[in-house]
Write a protein that binds this ligand. Structure first.
Ligand SMILES: O=C(O)CCC(=O)C(=O)O
Length: 283
Protein backbone atom coordinates (compact mmCIF):
# COMPACT_ATOMS: atom_id res chain seq x y z
CA UNK A 1 0.00 0.00 0.00
CA UNK A 2 1.42 3.36 -0.98
CA UNK A 3 0.85 6.59 0.93
CA UNK A 4 -2.63 7.91 0.19
CA UNK A 5 -3.73 4.69 -1.54
CA UNK A 6 -7.30 3.83 -0.54
CA UNK A 7 -8.22 0.27 0.40
CA UNK A 8 -10.91 -1.54 -1.60
CA UNK A 9 -14.18 -1.20 0.31
CA UNK A 10 -15.99 -4.46 1.07
CA UNK A 11 -19.78 -4.31 0.94
CA UNK A 12 -22.12 -7.32 1.15
CA UNK A 13 -20.18 -9.21 -1.41
CA UNK A 14 -20.34 -12.83 -2.35
CA UNK A 15 -17.15 -14.79 -1.94
CA UNK A 16 -14.88 -14.50 -4.93
CA UNK A 17 -11.62 -16.28 -5.60
CA UNK A 18 -8.27 -14.79 -4.74
CA UNK A 19 -5.29 -17.04 -5.32
CA UNK A 20 -7.40 -20.12 -4.75
CA UNK A 21 -9.05 -18.91 -1.53
CA UNK A 22 -12.25 -17.06 -0.85
CA UNK A 23 -12.63 -13.38 0.02
CA UNK A 24 -13.79 -11.84 3.29
CA UNK A 25 -17.53 -11.19 3.17
CA UNK A 26 -19.50 -8.55 5.03
CA UNK A 27 -23.05 -9.79 5.60
CA UNK A 28 -25.02 -6.73 6.61
CA UNK A 29 -27.74 -7.41 9.18
CA UNK A 30 -27.16 -11.18 9.24
CA UNK A 31 -27.24 -11.27 13.06
CA UNK A 32 -29.77 -8.48 13.56
CA UNK A 33 -32.23 -11.06 14.93
CA UNK A 34 -29.91 -12.31 17.69
CA UNK A 35 -31.34 -11.64 21.17
CA UNK A 36 -27.84 -10.44 22.13
CA UNK A 37 -28.11 -7.64 19.59
CA UNK A 38 -30.87 -5.88 21.55
CA UNK A 39 -30.03 -7.13 25.02
CA UNK A 40 -26.30 -6.85 25.55
CA UNK A 41 -24.78 -3.62 26.74
CA UNK A 42 -22.09 -3.03 29.32
CA UNK A 43 -24.72 -2.05 31.90
CA UNK A 44 -26.83 -5.15 31.18
CA UNK A 45 -23.80 -7.44 31.36
CA UNK A 46 -22.74 -5.99 34.71
CA UNK A 47 -26.25 -6.18 36.14
CA UNK A 48 -26.78 -9.81 35.11
CA UNK A 49 -23.25 -11.25 34.99
CA UNK A 50 -21.18 -8.82 37.07
CA UNK A 51 -19.58 -11.48 39.27
CA UNK A 52 -18.63 -13.70 36.34
CA UNK A 53 -14.87 -14.10 35.92
CA UNK A 54 -13.56 -13.26 32.47
CA UNK A 55 -10.29 -12.77 30.59
CA UNK A 56 -9.21 -9.20 30.06
CA UNK A 57 -6.27 -8.12 27.93
CA UNK A 58 -4.40 -5.34 29.72
CA UNK A 59 -2.11 -3.01 27.75
CA UNK A 60 -0.37 0.30 28.34
CA UNK A 61 -2.22 2.00 25.45
CA UNK A 62 -5.23 1.36 23.21
CA UNK A 63 -3.02 -0.90 21.09
CA UNK A 64 -3.92 -4.41 22.30
CA UNK A 65 -1.23 -6.62 20.80
CA UNK A 66 -2.08 -10.29 21.27
CA UNK A 67 0.63 -12.34 22.96
CA UNK A 68 0.74 -16.12 23.06
CA UNK A 69 0.13 -17.17 26.69
CA UNK A 70 2.74 -19.94 26.71
CA UNK A 71 5.50 -17.83 25.15
CA UNK A 72 4.56 -14.83 27.32
CA UNK A 73 5.50 -16.76 30.47
CA UNK A 74 9.10 -17.04 29.25
CA UNK A 75 9.14 -13.39 28.22
CA UNK A 76 7.83 -12.24 31.61
CA UNK A 77 10.36 -14.47 33.39
CA UNK A 78 13.30 -12.84 31.57
CA UNK A 79 12.11 -9.26 30.99
CA UNK A 80 9.30 -8.62 33.50
CA UNK A 81 5.58 -8.05 33.02
CA UNK A 82 5.79 -4.31 32.38
CA UNK A 83 7.76 -4.83 29.18
CA UNK A 84 5.21 -7.29 27.77
CA UNK A 85 3.11 -5.82 24.92
CA UNK A 86 -0.04 -6.98 26.75
CA UNK A 87 -1.01 -9.42 29.50
CA UNK A 88 -4.21 -11.46 29.83
CA UNK A 89 -5.67 -11.12 33.34
CA UNK A 90 -8.62 -12.81 35.09
CA UNK A 91 -11.12 -10.38 36.62
CA UNK A 92 -14.86 -10.10 37.19
CA UNK A 93 -17.00 -8.34 34.62
CA UNK A 94 -17.86 -5.77 37.29
CA UNK A 95 -14.16 -5.03 37.85
CA UNK A 96 -13.56 -4.79 34.09
CA UNK A 97 -16.34 -2.20 33.82
CA UNK A 98 -15.06 -0.26 36.81
CA UNK A 99 -11.52 -0.21 35.42
CA UNK A 100 -12.81 0.92 32.02
CA UNK A 101 -14.47 4.05 33.46
CA UNK A 102 -12.55 7.31 33.00
CA UNK A 103 -11.00 8.41 36.29
CA UNK A 104 -11.19 4.94 37.84
CA UNK A 105 -9.48 4.97 41.26
CA UNK A 106 -8.47 1.28 41.37
CA UNK A 107 -4.68 0.77 41.45
CA UNK A 108 -3.17 -0.26 38.12
CA UNK A 109 -2.34 -3.93 37.70
CA UNK A 110 0.81 -4.01 35.59
CA UNK A 111 1.65 -0.81 33.71
CA UNK A 112 2.32 2.73 35.02
CA UNK A 113 -0.71 4.41 36.63
CA UNK A 114 -2.92 6.25 34.18
CA UNK A 115 -1.69 4.33 31.12
CA UNK A 116 -3.54 1.05 31.51
CA UNK A 117 -6.33 0.09 29.09
CA UNK A 118 -8.59 -2.97 29.19
CA UNK A 119 -10.13 -5.15 26.47
CA UNK A 120 -12.38 -8.05 27.52
CA UNK A 121 -11.66 -11.11 25.34
CA UNK A 122 -13.37 -14.07 26.94
CA UNK A 123 -15.04 -17.36 26.06
CA UNK A 124 -18.83 -17.13 26.12
CA UNK A 125 -20.46 -18.99 28.99
CA UNK A 126 -23.42 -21.30 28.35
CA UNK A 127 -26.01 -18.81 29.60
CA UNK A 128 -24.73 -16.03 27.33
CA UNK A 129 -24.60 -18.45 24.40
CA UNK A 130 -28.40 -18.67 24.65
CA UNK A 131 -28.55 -15.12 23.25
CA UNK A 132 -26.61 -15.94 20.10
CA UNK A 133 -27.56 -18.12 17.19
CA UNK A 134 -24.70 -20.04 15.61
CA UNK A 135 -26.97 -22.73 14.13
CA UNK A 136 -28.59 -20.38 11.62
CA UNK A 137 -27.30 -18.92 8.36
CA UNK A 138 -24.58 -17.87 7.63
CA UNK A 139 -22.96 -20.16 10.19
CA UNK A 140 -24.96 -23.21 9.08
CA UNK A 141 -23.86 -22.59 5.49
CA UNK A 142 -20.24 -22.67 6.56
CA UNK A 143 -20.94 -25.95 8.36
CA UNK A 144 -22.67 -27.38 5.29
CA UNK A 145 -19.76 -26.30 3.11
CA UNK A 146 -17.59 -28.70 5.04
CA UNK A 147 -15.88 -26.34 7.44
CA UNK A 148 -17.07 -28.48 10.33
CA UNK A 149 -19.87 -30.70 11.51
CA UNK A 150 -20.96 -28.13 14.07
CA UNK A 151 -20.11 -24.48 14.11
CA UNK A 152 -19.62 -22.88 17.47
CA UNK A 153 -19.01 -24.18 20.94
CA UNK A 154 -17.90 -27.69 20.05
CA UNK A 155 -15.58 -26.67 17.23
CA UNK A 156 -11.92 -25.82 17.53
CA UNK A 157 -12.51 -22.73 19.66
CA UNK A 158 -15.53 -21.67 21.67
CA UNK A 159 -17.32 -18.48 20.68
CA UNK A 160 -15.73 -15.45 22.29
CA UNK A 161 -17.04 -12.11 23.50
CA UNK A 162 -14.99 -8.96 22.81
CA UNK A 163 -15.78 -5.78 24.75
CA UNK A 164 -13.57 -2.85 23.82
CA UNK A 165 -13.34 0.88 24.48
CA UNK A 166 -13.56 3.39 21.64
CA UNK A 167 -10.25 3.58 19.82
CA UNK A 168 -9.09 0.07 20.78
CA UNK A 169 -6.88 -1.47 18.12
CA UNK A 170 -6.11 -5.13 17.50
CA UNK A 171 -2.90 -4.80 15.47
CA UNK A 172 -2.34 -6.49 12.12
CA UNK A 173 -2.08 -10.29 12.32
CA UNK A 174 -3.38 -13.46 10.69
CA UNK A 175 -5.04 -16.55 12.14
CA UNK A 176 -4.82 -20.18 11.09
CA UNK A 177 -8.58 -20.65 11.34
CA UNK A 178 -11.43 -18.97 9.48
CA UNK A 179 -13.58 -16.58 11.53
CA UNK A 180 -16.92 -14.91 11.82
CA UNK A 181 -16.97 -11.61 13.69
CA UNK A 182 -20.50 -10.63 14.74
CA UNK A 183 -20.93 -6.99 15.70
CA UNK A 184 -23.45 -6.32 18.48
CA UNK A 185 -22.77 -2.80 19.80
CA UNK A 186 -20.77 0.06 18.27
CA UNK A 187 -18.93 -0.06 14.94
CA UNK A 188 -15.59 -1.55 13.98
CA UNK A 189 -13.32 -0.81 11.06
CA UNK A 190 -11.39 -3.75 9.68
CA UNK A 191 -8.63 -3.84 7.08
CA UNK A 192 -7.74 -7.11 5.34
CA UNK A 193 -4.84 -8.36 3.26
CA UNK A 194 -4.90 -11.65 1.30
CA UNK A 195 -2.53 -14.50 2.22
CA UNK A 196 -0.48 -13.78 -0.89
CA UNK A 197 0.40 -10.37 0.63
CA UNK A 198 1.77 -11.83 3.89
CA UNK A 199 5.44 -11.47 2.89
CA UNK A 200 4.81 -7.73 2.41
CA UNK A 201 3.52 -7.44 5.98
CA UNK A 202 6.71 -8.89 7.50
CA UNK A 203 5.14 -11.24 10.09
CA UNK A 204 7.18 -12.47 13.05
CA UNK A 205 8.47 -16.02 13.06
CA UNK A 206 6.22 -18.69 14.54
CA UNK A 207 8.48 -19.19 17.57
CA UNK A 208 8.39 -15.49 18.41
CA UNK A 209 6.18 -14.10 21.20
CA UNK A 210 4.43 -12.06 18.51
CA UNK A 211 3.99 -14.95 16.11
CA UNK A 212 1.49 -14.31 13.31
CA UNK A 213 1.65 -10.53 14.07
CA UNK A 214 2.91 -8.16 11.34
CA UNK A 215 5.92 -5.92 11.92
CA UNK A 216 4.35 -3.26 9.70
CA UNK A 217 1.91 -0.85 11.29
CA UNK A 218 -0.43 -0.08 8.36
CA UNK A 219 -1.49 3.22 9.95
CA UNK A 220 2.09 4.57 9.91
CA UNK A 221 4.03 2.28 7.56
CA UNK A 222 7.79 2.55 7.66
CA UNK A 223 8.58 2.03 3.97
CA UNK A 224 12.33 2.13 4.58
CA UNK A 225 12.27 -0.88 6.87
CA UNK A 226 9.39 -2.61 5.11
CA UNK A 227 9.65 -1.76 1.39
CA UNK A 228 7.56 -4.75 0.23
CA UNK A 229 4.54 -3.24 2.02
CA UNK A 230 4.16 -0.94 -1.00
CA UNK A 231 3.28 -3.96 -3.13
CA UNK A 232 0.30 -4.97 -0.96
CA UNK A 233 -3.33 -3.86 -1.29
CA UNK A 234 -5.91 -3.77 1.48
CA UNK A 235 -9.65 -4.31 1.66
CA UNK A 236 -11.69 -2.29 4.15
CA UNK A 237 -15.00 -3.00 5.90
CA UNK A 238 -17.02 -0.95 8.38
CA UNK A 239 -18.99 -3.38 10.52
CA UNK A 240 -22.16 -2.12 12.15
CA UNK A 241 -24.32 -3.66 14.88
CA UNK A 242 -26.13 -6.71 13.48
CA UNK A 243 -23.51 -7.30 10.74
CA UNK A 244 -21.46 -10.47 10.36
CA UNK A 245 -17.96 -10.30 8.92
CA UNK A 246 -16.48 -13.54 7.60
CA UNK A 247 -12.75 -13.77 6.97
CA UNK A 248 -10.92 -16.85 5.75
CA UNK A 249 -7.86 -18.30 7.45
CA UNK A 250 -4.53 -16.58 6.74
CA UNK A 251 -6.12 -13.28 5.74
CA UNK A 252 -4.23 -10.66 7.74
CA UNK A 253 -6.51 -8.22 9.54
CA UNK A 254 -6.33 -5.00 11.53
CA UNK A 255 -9.29 -3.94 13.69
CA UNK A 256 -10.21 -0.63 15.25
CA UNK A 257 -13.23 0.02 17.48
CA UNK A 258 -14.80 3.20 16.15
CA UNK A 259 -17.03 3.36 19.24
CA UNK A 260 -17.13 1.35 22.45
CA UNK A 261 -17.96 -2.04 21.11
CA UNK A 262 -19.29 -5.54 21.83
CA UNK A 263 -18.63 -8.34 19.34
CA UNK A 264 -18.74 -12.13 19.27
CA UNK A 265 -16.28 -14.18 17.26
CA UNK A 266 -16.51 -17.76 16.19
CA UNK A 267 -13.47 -19.47 14.71
CA UNK A 268 -13.74 -22.75 12.96
CA UNK A 269 -11.95 -25.29 10.89
CA UNK A 270 -8.54 -26.70 11.61
CA UNK A 271 -5.30 -24.98 10.90
CA UNK A 272 -5.68 -24.27 7.20
CA UNK A 273 -2.55 -22.50 6.13
CA UNK A 274 -2.65 -21.00 2.70
CA UNK A 275 -0.07 -22.25 0.25
CA UNK A 276 1.53 -18.81 0.09
CA UNK A 277 2.34 -18.85 3.84
CA UNK A 278 6.08 -19.47 3.96
CA UNK A 279 7.10 -22.45 6.11
CA UNK A 280 9.46 -20.16 8.03
CA UNK A 281 6.45 -18.39 9.51
CA UNK A 282 5.07 -21.56 11.00
CA UNK A 283 7.88 -23.46 12.64
O1 LIG B 1 -12.23 -7.37 17.13
C1 LIG B 1 -11.04 -7.27 17.41
O2 LIG B 1 -10.58 -6.34 18.07
C2 LIG B 1 -10.07 -8.30 16.91
C3 LIG B 1 -10.70 -9.45 16.20
C4 LIG B 1 -9.66 -10.33 15.63
O3 LIG B 1 -8.57 -9.92 15.34
C5 LIG B 1 -9.93 -11.72 15.41
O4 LIG B 1 -11.06 -12.18 15.66
O5 LIG B 1 -9.00 -12.42 14.96
Amino acid sequence: MNEGQAPTVIKSRIAGRVNGGCLPILMQGAAAHWPARDKWSLDWLVEHHGQRMCKVRVASSLKFTYTDDGLLRYYVFFRGKRRAPSVLVDMSLAEFTERSRPGCSLPSLIYPPGTERYYLQSALTADLRKDIDLRQKPFSIAAAAGFGDRIGPSRSQVARMWVSPQGAVSPLHFDATSSFLVQLQGRKRMLFWPPSDLPGLYPYHNLHLLRRRARVDPTIPDYKRFPRFRDTAAYEAIIEPGDVMFFPSCWAHYTESLESSISVTCRFGGTEYHESVRPGLLW
